[in-house]
Design a protein around this ligand. Sequence first.
Ligand code: MTE
Ligand code: HPA
Ligand code: MOS
Length: 780
Amino acid sequence: MNDPRPPRGEAALRGLAGEPVRHDSAHLHVAGEAAYTDDILEVRGTLHAAFGLSRRAHARIKSMDLSGVRAAPGVVAVLTAADVPGENNVGPILHDDPILAATEVQFYGQPIFLVVAESVGAARRAARLGAVDYEDLPAVLTIEDALAKQSFVIPSVTLQRGDWQATLAAAPHRLKGAFRIGGQEQFYLEGQVAYGVPGEDGDVLVYSSTQHPGEVQLQVAHALGVEAHRVAVECRRMGGGFGGKETQASHPACAVALAARATGRPVKLRYDRDDDITITGKRHDYLVEYEVGFDGAGRIAGIDLMFASRCGFSADLSGPVNDRTVMHADNCYYLPAVRIVSHRCKTNTQSNTAFRGFGGPQGMMAIEYVLDEIARALGCDPLAVRRANFYGPGRDVTPYDMQVEDFVADRLFDELAASSDYAARRAAIRTWNATSAIVKRGIAMTPVKFGISFTATFYNQASALVHVYTDGSVLLNHGGTEMGQGLFTKVAQVVAHELGVDFDRVRVSASDTSKIPNASATAASSGSDLNGKAAQAAAAAIKMRLVAFAAERFQVPPEAVRFAANHVKIGDLKRLKFGELVRLAYLARVQLWASGFYKTPKIHYDPKTLKGRPFYYFAYGAAVSEVAIDTLTGETRTLRADILHDAGRSLNPAIDLGQVEGGFIQGMGWLTTEELSWDESGRLMTHAPSTYKIPVASDVPADFRVKLWERGENVEDSIHRSKAVGEPPLMLAISVFHAIKDAVASVSGYEGTAHLNSPATPEEVLRAVAAMTKRQPVPA
Ligand code: MTE
Ligand code: HPA
Ligand code: MOS
């Protein structure tokens, strides 16, 4: 109705939708003043908790002697499964994940008992004094072992279309192979933490570092055996979540609530880094097998894909994660005849969970790997093979029967190939490699298409609450959570835009189950899509009331009331400050707060057949990466990366650029240096930054050219036609993996192909180089 942009000559508004305002907490982040859960001032009498952990991967608990724990200095209480008054479970879908193991432990590091003590140190020291008598049971530790034993957390799923078998057999060329994709630790900088404060009459308030306060509230209520209205969960911000706090924040939250109930005192539990990595689930690692039939141009006719992922000991979110793998195994490519089989392996390891991309990255890695192999078999540029397989007119239905209506990857590819000078650089690299004996270079360009919406359709809803106070200041609350991604900033921009006021007149308060009930997890990159629309609806409702009031009071038609630049114009003659109109409206008894609700239209999906329209739209991107590898040490370095990413009409280009850069670097870590390793007893050996290598500032490509696609626009009616941007950029890093694969292939003068697993660690690169040159690998 109104354009809130200021008329010419008026002071520029700050922070409307589409402007690159800084993160609303940026000044607090840099000053160390942003309060995270562990920084909340402790209430008098606060106690600290620590879990006692299993030292077996799979065993029956024969007996437990906790007398040493109870007798340790400072210990106030020790809880076991028997002390859970309600349900002993934190499993979000299946109820297969105990808060405290009762009779059996299912992974090395599983919590068995909870110590509550006067200090963090006292609790942690006492937790080591538990004497548990185990009877070992056979442990399943690997995907292969789980497949052999048919050990699954939930049943396998098959998606198929067309006569893939006959099509494959009839194709002029065929390839068959297998490779691995590693897992990834979320490594949020703030570890899992919860602080429970008992209230009157059995109520409890839990401060939780969680992406899903509503679920933590329910899990705490179930554990305590009380109704949800007795439990409030609050989160102002997380120091990163990356999916790791979508379900697994429930565990410490339930623990502190139980301990607060048992002791009547406030209790805090913060995992230290080693415990965090030992206890919590990660990105699923996968074994992938494929067989593909294609023509002389590399165009796929038929494909058979098998995915087997390590889910860990319980189901957690493994169902939807693996579904998303299946639904991203097409990436940008039309697969005419296809079968995709997905096994969800149950292993005696941490229960794997959400991580940026939620299974999508693994599906996309698979098809990109297959296309690269096709190109190398045919001896052509992988870019040409990728192009030949793109969705296009008449080739635009996904294996799960969704019509691709917004395909732009071809345009992104063209623009980026030109701006990055791909062809000339590829030729130059080949020339350079011919004379460089030890260091080899490689280049690759890969696209991203990522489906936006929760695959569980019911999650695609959101609520918001907007209060306008009589001084014209605005308080915003919505069901989303802030984890550094800038959601609070973006949604505040939407509200400022709607009311025509400056961004700094809108304040966002902590996520709170008492303000917004039943909110979905902030996940699936949908935070700003869902909460932005809900908040816009709430602000629009208030604005409508103000318009009606002003029209009546000043005797003008409603169309003559315009909100802009912190003012309201009423007809051509009158102009009030926003706050002045609000004050008049208040005196006239106009309701100055409103709620808003949004549900994503058009989506539906059958979880059994995996067919339907699970996604409202797709987000796209493309990246070209150039790497150098040292063929004697296996070291790799990304020299240059060019990225073009489609964030639609970006709500905040500064924040979105940050998401693209961060996502890419995090994806690079996943595919190059981050390696998880368990010993034969099932103990995770890589449980600290000393043994688990995430990217650091010096790993950022020296030449890093990141751009949002200026022509980007959402064809669907999303909030201000923007596109979700949280997860998709992670998958741009697949270009780094393929650039490394390209560099390895140069070792044999591009004869044949490099069999390279992910992560492409120095060891893996060395192994692949040795295989290419038929040399024996250098002994360790
Ligand atoms: N960015 C930061 N800084 N920290 C995070 O934890 N999580 C990612 C992404 N970007 C994350 C992040 C993940 S896994 C998701 S699903 C989205 O942010 C969630 O937020 P959004 O829906 O508001 O984009
Ligand atoms: N993405 C992220 N988180 C989720 C999803 C999803 O599709 N479904 C349930 N939780
Ligand atoms: Mo993100 S993995 O959907 O929390």
